[in-house]
Design a binder for this molecule. Structure first.
Ligand SMILES: [Zn+2]
Length: 613
């Protein structure tokens, strides 16, 4: 069903002439032969494998590549599976039991609505259902005496004509290509005339949400009071785009996405009928990749069978299907991504193992995750629809694009990129992959560094005053006042251009006594050079006064300015480490360390957060 006009998926997949002997290129495309894979088809499309006339081959590849006798029955033109196994009875319509029951009741009680609306994702069988309803309403039974029935006979003329899309009273229209009011007006005109041969005149309008507002308005009057012989069957993938006035005048059937197990069984049955041998696991992969759509699944199966025909044993193997799909099991990739975002470590690990067991290479898996992060980011920046093959995928990516902060997406990318490198080089790529994705998961649970820094800033301001260093110095020897003056003095000396001297003062001098013209100080034992003259000279040049400078032995004095800075930094780090947010960070990055670039004044509380994990 159409998703957008320039999307190959968007081509109408029903045409009136669909039951032509050989499928046209458009028909093959209708059935989604290529659309699942986004790119050009592999060298062997189903078409050429099965010896279609050359001009109808979809792929532009060499006809000489085609195998000699691939078709099960060369006399029969090949029909794509999705078309061949279109359900002909409600019993064959898989996964929609609830709808069928409701409809059966309505028919049994003769309480049929004038208009039905079939909703659901592409490929769940909306149009097939519409045709079945058309048959159910118009079937006259093998003897020509029957009435409407939930089990159309399939043999009477109306049943056959409808199945073949040539019934004159069953009009199919694709609203995607007939959006205008004129198209609808044509219908409305025709509605007045009685059915030519059938009980009901039935209008099947696919992708009805594509109709223009005017077209809807024109349709409404007819919908309010349609002639008794007319039924409307609408199908849409985007029910929310329909006006309420239309919704209120239709009986709505929500067609469910078909569960994997049902699809699997369905595909197994089809393989049996086709005489194709297929591994159960292969069918499982196909069913998963189909994302609830019979049609998409059958398209993949078509292709898988074509691939299998190239093999010597003509068997559809899991390995082949995986190769063919690349990582087309996109839903599994998205689940993995979701586990990572939601912090579901256990589920993440088992999803990784599951993919690995399916034969997905760790590096390919990581690349797929990066690809997701990239597409989400692009969708976020462009503000448009996310890029994705299925509507499902687009929806999910779009959701992430609106929910995830840009900063988090970029960190995610960085972490995945780093993981990619690690996995590439690791002796055991699987282990490296697990670790890389777990790390990404844990990082995702933390606020981004910007917010973390803000919290730490608050924490720092409310933290206790700096503690003395552990150098054995006795800070009580000097008043805080004196210490502060010393600091100011040194900064002023530094600012006046005597940086070398200021640096010595910061590093070595433990002030014991400081007053105008007098400096008594101690030093750590590790300093041995004589700095007395340097200090005297510097203080003189700076203040213009003579200074008495005296070194006190045994390292006495208040901590040096450098020691103070170190102590303060140490304490800030301790406070930081004990902060719950940072503890979480260390849990995630055990190898991380708190660093601060040396020159920064501790008062500024630079972000002390970085990782080298
Ligand atoms: Zn019939």
């Amino acid at each position: 069903m159409g998703d957008s006009p320039d999307n190959p998926d968007g081509l109408p997949w029903e045409t009136v002439s669909e039951e032509d002997e050989a499928p046209s290129a458009a028909e093959l495309e209708d059935a989604g032969q290529e659309s699942m894979f986004g790119g050009p088809p592999p060298a062997t499309s189903a078409g050429e494998t099965l010896e279609k006339p050359a001009e109808q081959a979809v792929a532009a590849s060499q006809p000489s590549d085609a195998p000699e006798s691939a078709a099960p029955d060369p006399a029969q033109p090949y029909r794509v599976l999705a078309r061949k196994y279109r359900p002909q009875t409600f019993a064959e319509l898989i996964g929609q039991e609830a709808m069928v029951r409701t409809l059966a009741n309505a028919i049994a009680r003769d309480r049929l609505a004038h208009a039905f609306l079939m909703t659901g994702v592409r490929g769940v069988g909306k149009t097939s259902t519409a045709r079945l309803i058309a048959k159910a309403l118009n079937c006259i039974g093998p003897d020509g005496q029957g009435g409407p029935t939930i089990s159309p006979c399939g043999v009477c003329e109306p049943c056959r004509a409808i199945a073949e899309g040539r019934h004159i009273d069953v009009i199919e229209m694709d609203a995607a290509s007939h959006t205008g009011v004129d198209d609808v007006r044509e219908i409305i005109e025709a509605v007045r005339y009685a059915a030519v041969s059938a009980r009901y005149k039935i209008y099947i309008i696919d992708e009805v949400h594509m109709l223009s507002r005017n077209a809807f308005n024109a349709l409404l009057k007819t919908l309010e009071e349609p002639p008794a012989h007319v039924k409307f069957l609408f199908a849409t993938t985007e029910v929310e785009k329909l006006p309420v006035t239309v919704l209120s005048r239709t009986q709505r059937f929500d067609l469910r996405r078909i569960p994997v197990e049902l699809l699997e069984a369905h595909f197994a049955e089809i393989c049996r009928k086709e005489g194709v041998e297929a591994e159960a696991e292969a069918l499982h992969i196909v069913a998963n990749a189909a994302e609830g759509s019979v049609r998409d699944g059958l398209s993949i199966l078509d292709q898988a069978i074509a691939h299998a025909d190239l093999d010597t044993d003509s068997k559809v193997t899991a390995e082949r299907v995986r190769d063919m799909l690349g990582l087309a099991d996109k839903s599994a990739q998205r689940r993995l991504f979701a586990h990572m975002l939601n912090g579901e470590g256990k589920a993440l690990l088992s999803a990784i193992d599951e993919q690995y067991a399916l034969g997905v290479e760790p590096l390919a898996l990581l690349r797929a995750q990066m690809d997701l992060a990239h597409r989400i980011t692009v969708a976020q920046v462009s503000g448009g629809e996310a890029d994705g093959v299925s509507a499902d995928e687009r929806e999910q990516l779009g959701d992430w694009a609106t929910r995830l902060p840009a900063g988090q997406l970029h960190r995610l990318w960085q972490l995945l990129l780093k993981g990619h490198e690690e996995v590439r080089l690791a002796p055991d790529p699987l282990v490296a992959l697990r670790m890389a994705l777990l790390r990404t998961l844990h990082a995702g649970q933390m606020p981004d560094p910007g917010r973390l820094a803000k919290k730490l800033e608050t924490l720092g301001e409310s933290g206790p005053a700096p503690a003395p260093s552990e150098t054995g110095a006795t800070p009580t020897d000097a008043s805080p006042q004196g210490r502060l003056e010393w600091g100011e003095l040194v900064e002023a000396i530094d600012a006046s251009g005597m940086m070398q001297e200021a640096s010595i003062m910061r590093l070595q001098v433990r002030v014991v006594e400081l007053s105008d013209g007098l400096l008594r100080y101690g030093r750590d034992a590790k300093f041995s050079d004589d700095i007395g003259n340097v200090l005297r000279d510097t203080l003189h040049r700076h203040t213009g006064k003579r200074w008495s400078v005296e070194e006190v032995p045994n390292g006495a004095g208040a901590p040096s300015l450098v020691e103070l800075i170190e102590a303060e930094r140490e304490q800030a780090a301790a406070a930081t480490r004990s902060h719950p947010l940072v503890r979480a960070a260390f849990d995630a990055f055990p190898e991380a360390e708190l660093i601060d670039d040396g020159g920064a004044a501790p008062q500024r509380r630079e972000i002390p957060w970085s990782k080298n994990a």
